[in-house]
Design a binder for this molecule. Structure first.
Ligand code: TEU
Length: 569
C-alpha cells in the first residue's frame, strides 16, 4: 500500500459512521469502526471513505457541520478519530474524510456570529444574507432547495433569532439544502482561509484525502439572478440555462488552492469531487493534476442494468478518463440513493438512482441480488477506481418499509413525504445473527429498525457459507488485486458475443510492476436476459453465480451473471 499513485486503481469502501457499528448506543461511532478494521482488511479494500463524524446537530445526518475540527460526541472524541486513523494505517488501509464546504450548520459559531452581527460587519459577509422582495414578503430569488422548498429562509424564524440585528432587519439567508445548512460565501477570502486551516487540521492527523461534498456548489453568481431551471433530487435537473449557483468557473480556483496544500504533504493525498455537472466535459474540469484526483461517476451509478446503456457509459467513461489522464470511478450506490440490489430488483429497469417512490411495489429481491452481484463483478473488472458502499459486500437490500415516524432524512419533511428520503439505505448494518440488533451495538439498540430477516446479511452467516456474497466479494477483490485489473487495458469485444452479452478483455497494461506483465488476459462476460454459452478455449475463474463456477465449454451461463474467464492452458 506504499505504492505510488495508489488511488488510480483503489478499492474504496464508504463507511456511513452512524450506521456501520456502534461501541454503545443506537448510533454507530468511531470505536465501532475501529473494532471492525480487521473485517475491512480481510475484505481486501485499499481505503475507507468516512462520511462526516464532525460536531453537528444532525439535521442532515452530519452533513450540517457545526465544528469541522472536532468529533461529534455521539461518534466519539477527537482522540478516537486520531486513533482510528492510526489503527487503519497499521491495518494497511487509507482514510479519506468528508469535507462539507458549501454550507455549515446553523449551529456553527460563524453563522451564529453572523446573525448576531450588524449590517456591513465582516461576520455577516461569511454567508449570504439578503432582503426579501416585495417589501420582504418574498425570498430574494426564486431558487429552490435541492431538498425541496425555497432555498431562502427568514432569519427571524431561526431558533436563536430573537433580538439579533439580522432578524430585526428581516433578512433572508441562502441554503441550497436544508434550512439548517446556511451556504457559505466563498467569494470571501476569510471563508477560504478557514477551510485551508481545516484541511491542514485533518492532514496533520494523517487523513489520506478528502471527499468534497457538493464540490460544484460553493461559488454563486454574486448578482443573485432568478433562475428558470429546476434542481431535483439525484441531480435530475432541467436546465434551460446554467444555474447561477452550481458549477461556476470560479470554483476551480478554490481546488487549486486546496491541491497546493495537499501537495505540501504528499501528492498521494487525494481530493475526490462529489460534483454534478451538466456535461461530462464540465465534470472533467475538476480532474486535473493541480485540482482533484477523482470525481464520482454518477452516470454509471444511475444507469439501468442493460447491455446497451452500460456499454455506452463504460466506453464514454474510459474515453473521458484517457482524455483527462486520470482514472474514472465506478460507483453503484452510496448513502444518498436506493441500494443497488433493490434498485435492480425492479423489472422496469428504467428507474434511476432514486428508483423508489412512495407508491412503488416491493422489488423482486432475488432478481435484484443476482443482478447486483453481476454488476459488481463487471465493475470490479474495469480499469479505474472501484467504490463500495457499506453493506454492498453482503448484498444488503434497501429497507423499503420503514414507518414514516422513524424517518430522519430532511428531504422527507421538506417534500411533505413526496420523497421518502434516504433513510432506507442508511439502516444500521447487521453483524451477528444471534444477537439483538444483529450485533450492531452492545445492547442491540439501532437508530433505525433493521429488517426482521436480516440474519442472512450478517458476517457469521455469510462467513460460513462459501456461496455467500461476502465470500464472493473477498475472492473477487483478491483476484482484482492479484491480476491488477484496475490498471489493465480494456478492449470491447461485445460484437463477438451476441446482443445479450457485454464482453471485454482486460489485459495487462504497460506498467513497471514486474508481476503484472505475466498475467493472462481476462475475458469478462456479463450475460443479461438470456443464457449464453461459455466460449471454447476459456475456463471460469470467477462467477457472480456460484452455479456458474463449474461450467464447461459450451455450457450455458445463466441470465444476469458475470463471469471472468482465462485461457485454458
Ligand atoms: O449530496 C449532494 C447532493 O446533490 C444530493 O442532494 C443528492 O442530489 C441527493 O442526495 C440524491 O438523492 C451531498 C451529500 O452526499 C448528502 O448526503 C447531503 O445531504 C448533501 O450533500 C448536503 O450536504
Amino acid at each position: 500500500s506504499e505504492r505510488e499513485n495508489w488511488w488510480r486503481d483503489a478499492v474504496i469502501y464508504q463507511i456511513y459512521p452512524r450506521s456501520f457499528a456502534s461501541s454503545g448506543g443506537p448510533l454507530g461511532d468511531l470505536r465501532g469502526i475501529e473494532s471492525r478494521l480487521g473485517y475491512l482488511a480481510d475484505l481486501g479494500i485499499d481505503a475507507v471513505w468516512l462520511s462526516p463524524f464532525y460536531r453537528s446537530p444532525q439535521f442532515d445526518a452530519g452533513y450540517d457541520v457545526s465544528d469541522y475540527r472536532d468529533v461529534d460526541p455521539r461518534f466519539g472524541t477527537l482522540k478516537d478519530a486520531e486513533h482510528l486513523i492510526e489503527a487503519a494505517h497499521e491495518a494497511g488501509l487509507r482514510i479519506i474524510v468528508d469535507i462539507v464546504p458549501n454550507h455549515t450548520s446553523w449551529d456553527h459559531e460563524l453563522f451564529r456570529r453572523a446573525v448576531a452581527a450588524g449590517p456591513g460587519s465582516p461576520e455577516r459577509e461569511l454567508f449570504w444574507f439578503r432582503e426579501g422582495k416585495n417589501g420582504g414578503s418574498e425570498p430574494p430569488t426564486n431558487w429552490r432547495s435541492v431538498f425541496g422548498g425555497p432555498a431562502w429562509s427568514r432569519v427571524r424564524d431561526l431558533p436563536f433569532a430573537a433580538g439579533t440585528p439580522a432578524a430585526e432587519e428581516d433578512l433572508y439567508y441562502l441554503h441550497l439544502f436544508d434550512r439548517s445548512q446556511p451556504d457559505l460565501n466563498w467569494h470571501n477570502p476569510a471563508v477560504r482561509a478557514e477551510f485551508l486551516e481545516t484541511l491542514r487540521f485533518w492532514l496533520d492527523r494523517g487523513a489520506d484525502g478528502f471527499r468534497v461534498d457538493v464540490a460544484h456548489g460553493l461559488m454563486k453568481d454574486p448578482a443573485l439572478p432568478d433562475w428558470s431551471g429546476a434542481v431535483e433530487m439525484a441531480g435530475v435537473t432541467e436546465k434551460p440555462e446554467p444555474a447561477p449557483f452550481f458549477d461556476r468557473d470560479e470554483v476551480h480556483e478554490i481546488y487549486r488552492e486546496w491541491r497546493a496544500v495537499l501537495d505540501e504533504y504528499s501528492p498521494e493525498r487525494i481530493l475526490v469531487a462529489e460534483a454534478w455537472a451538466d456535461t461530462e466535459e464540465r465534470l472533467a474540469r475538476y480532474i486535473r493534476p493541480d485540482e482533484m484526483n477523482q470525481a464520482f461517476n454518477f452516470i454509471y451509478l444511475a444507469a439501468p442494468f442493460e447491455r446497451e446503456a452500460l456499454r455506452e457509459i463504460i466506453v464514454q467513461s474510459l474515453r473521458q478518463s484517457d482524455r483527462v489522464g486520470a482514472p474514472t470511478t465506478w460507483v453503484l450506490s452510496n448513502h444518498d440513493g436506493v441500494r443497488v440490489c433493490s434498485r435492480l430488483g425492479y423489472r422496469d429497469t428504467s428507474r434511476g438512482a432514486n428508483g423508489i417512490g412512495a407508491n412503488d411495489p416491493q422489488p423482486d429481491r432475488e432478481l435484484g441480488a443476482r443482478r447486483a452481484l453481476a454488476w459488481h463483478q463487471l465493475t470490479a473488472g474495469l480499469p479505474g477506481v472501484y467504490y463500495i458502499y457499506q453493506g454492498e459486500e453482503r448484498n444488503l437490500p434497501e429497507h423499503t418499509s420503514l414507518p414514516d415516524e422513524v424517518r430522519e432524512d430532511p428531504t422527507f419533511a421538506r417534500t411533505h413525504g413526496k420523497e421518502l428520503g434516504r433513510d432506507g439505505c442508511r439502516v444500521p448494518l447487521p453483524w451477528e445473527s444471534d444477537r439483538p440488533g444483529f450485533g450492531f451495538s452492545p445492547d442491540g439498540a439501532t437508530w433505525l429498525p433493521q429488517g426482521a430477516d436480516w440474519a442472512r446479511y450478517t458476517v457469521d452467516v455469510q462467513g460460513a457459507d462459501p456461496h455467500s456474497p461476502l465470500h464472493f466479494f473477498r475472492t473477487m477483490l483478491r483476484l482484482r488485486d492479484e491480476l491488477e485489473l484496475g490498471v489493465g487495458s480494456l478492449e470491447d469485444v461485445c460484437d463477438d458475443y451476441g446482443a445479450g452479452v457485454l464482453a471485454y478483455v482486460n489485459r495487462a497494461a504497460n506498467t513497471n510492476r514486474a508481476a503484472h506483465a505475466q498475467r493472462p488476459p481476462v475475458l469478462m462476460l456479463t450475460v443479461f436476459d438470456d443464457a449464453a454459452p461459455l466460449p471454447s478455449g476459456w475456463r471460469v475463474l470467477l462467477a457472480s453465480d456460484p452455479a456458474a463456477s463449474a461450467l464447461g465449454e459450451g455450457e450455458m451461463i445463466p441470465a444476469d451473471t458475470t463471469v471472468w474467464l482465462v485461457p485454458v492452458e
